[in-house]
Design a protein around this ligand. Structure first.
Ligand code: ADP
Length: 508
């Protein structure tokens, strides 16, 4: 029987989606379903892991129903990173809701941790945790969330010590269920997901004893770490799936986007413009340690023991700044209106907008910063503020780009872009001008799902090489800088002054 497609299962923070791709990387069918956001207290965010598994089965079944003649060669998974599930290996029941990456319940623990002798970290995030894991001590990552479950769910620690409980990020939970669950499910993760837990040593690509000891986590509950492109196991027969389909790709969402953008060589970079901004730069086999507020992370691995690394910079307020104009200021009706008004304004008239609503993330990591609009004159109208809001997305991108170039010694000449906001041509042109590099938009914008499909397809030889995948990637449009270097640098200098004004605002 001919196998003529790959299924990508894209499990995101708000929804789960399945896209079937043919051998040209063209989507044949897709289906998407939202799941509930559970917020039991301010700052706490949970998901029902069973609901996520239910949605995953549903979207697989529905996508196949739309392309009934498609024969799957493999399934690839990509997922919201850092979200934690703990379940009983015998019953398959989670012991608590999944604790989502956004959840801040372990913030106090993280603040205390940073003060413990030997674990101190500088404002740029340097310290022992950074050296071992490439990450910062921050409630964003899985380790302290897992510790919270073991400390706070009755009996969990004992059951974990006895070997009755399993831990996983969402990829692990889905693969375990897809491959049979209590009837012999495979308990694995890949290097990209493992690297977001605070528990994996990025040098050895294995669980780090000292991190596990500190957080008091039994190693027996952790999944085996495998490459991102690898046959982990076969699907078990269920109402939504045939038996025997290889589950063969696993990448955290941002790494999947890098892979889906075919950024396979050192110096290649992608920036995702969604709610936040996520930039990853491929640094090759070299592990670039950041002195400038970035994270060091595995980008993907194709075989055991080897890994391609990336530098990562994330910003909280990307497209969300435009949502704020729409929902809070109500000066636009839709996100698309931002382009209309920015074009009308021609420029921001000297107005700078720093959207530090919840502090500044990379490269500043200043949680005391707050939003600021500066440079206002009587000339300024809503058009200038909208224009300045769009420019803030581009300046924040340049902040990260500069940090990346310093940390890696790589001169980036081209940025591949994806995410919901890249439909805005005016924004893309601003980005090229402010960054001084060309901005390249792909034809197929669902790069996260595509990356998961690529990883699975490589593992089962549906595609034979990275070169073949490179040929599948197609450009929609490039934007080249049109302003002079002097103009660009003068504007950027003002942005840095605006940033200074926003910093330290919430202190005392
Ligand atoms: P996520 O995956 O984080 O939910 P998406 O990739 O779906 O985000 O992108 C949605 C974001 O893109 C929203 O924050 C929205 O404000 C922004 N956005 C959508 N269209 C535009 C546009 N034309 N101009 C600027 N921003 C936009």
């Amino acid at each position: 029987m001919d196998r003529d497609c790959i299924a990508a299962l894209d499990q995101g923070t708000t929804s789960t989606r399945c896209i079937l791709f043919d051998s040209e990387g063209t989507p044949l069918a897709s289906h998407q379903q939202e799941h509930a956001q559970i917020c039991p207290r301010p700052g706490w965010v949970e998901h029902d892991a069973n609901e996520i598994w239910f949605c995953a089965q549903n979207v697989l079944r529905e996508a196949w129903a739309k392309a009934p003649s498609a024969r799957p060669a493999a399934i690839g998974i990509t997922n919201q990173r850092e979200t934690v599930v703990v379940w009983d290996r015998k019953t398959g029941e989670p012991v608590y809701n999944a604790i989502v990456w956004q959840c801040m319940r372990t913030q106090d623990f993280c603040s205390e941790w940073q003060r413990i002798k030997g674990w101190e970290q500088t404002t740029a995030g340097c310290g022992k945790v950074k050296d071992k894991t490439g990450l910062l001590i921050n409630n964003y990552f899985s380790g302290t969330k897992l510790r919270w479950i073991l400390e706070n769910v009755g009996g969990a620690k004992e059951r974990a010590r006895q070997g009755d409980l399993l831990f996983g990020t969402i990829d692990t939970w889905l693969i375990w269920n897809l491959t049979g669950g209590v009837r012999g499910g495979i308990h694995v993760t890949d290097v990209t997901n493992a690297s977001r837990t605070l528990l994996m040593n990025i040098h050895t690509l294995s669980w780090d004893e000292e991190m596990l000891d500190f957080l008091d986590i039994p190693v027996s509950m952790l999944p085996r770490i495998e490459p991102s492109s690898h046959v982990y196991g076969m699907t078990a027969k269920s109402a939504s799936l045939d038996a025997g389909i290889p589950v063969a790709g696993d990448l955290g969402d941002q790494q999947a986007a890098l892979f889906g953008q075919a950024c396979f060589e050192p110096g290649m970079l992608k920036n995702t413009y969604g709610t936040g901004l996520f930039m990853l730069l491929n640094t090759g086999a070299a592990l670039a340690s950041s002195q400038n507020g970035l994270l060091t992370t595995p980008a993907y691995s194709l075989e055991n023991g080897s890994c391609v690394y990336a530098l990562e910079g994330s910003v909280a307020m990307g497209g969300a700044t435009i949502q704020w104009l729409r929902d809070n200021l109500r000066i636009i009706d839709t996100a698309d209106d931002s382009e209309y008004f920015a074009k009308k304004a021609k420029d921001s008239g000297g107005v700078y907008f720093v959207p530090a609503f919840s502090g500044l993330f990379a490269p500043y990591w200043d949680m005391s910063a707050r939003g600021a609009i500066v440079g206002l004159t009587r000339y300024a109208r809503k058009e200038q503020i909208i224009c300045a809001a769009l420019e803030s997305i581009c300046y924040q991108t340049r902040d990260i780009l500069e940090a990346m170039q310093k940390d890696s010694n790589i001169n980036v000449s081209e940025m591949k872009v994806d995410g919901g906001a890249v439909v805005n041509d005016t924004l893309m042109q601003m980005q090229a001008d402010i960054a001084g590099s060309s901005v390249v938009r792909p034809f197929f914008k669902e790069t996260t799902a595509l990356g998961a499909a690529y990883a699975a397809g490589l593992a089962v030889k549906f595609w034979d090489s990275l070169d073949t995948l490179k040929r599948l990637w197609k450009k929609d449009r490039s934007f080249a800088p049109v302003i002079t270097t002097e103009e660009r640098n003068a504007k950027y200098k003002k942005w840095l002054r605006a940033i200074e004004k926003s910093r330290g605002w919430d202190e005392g």
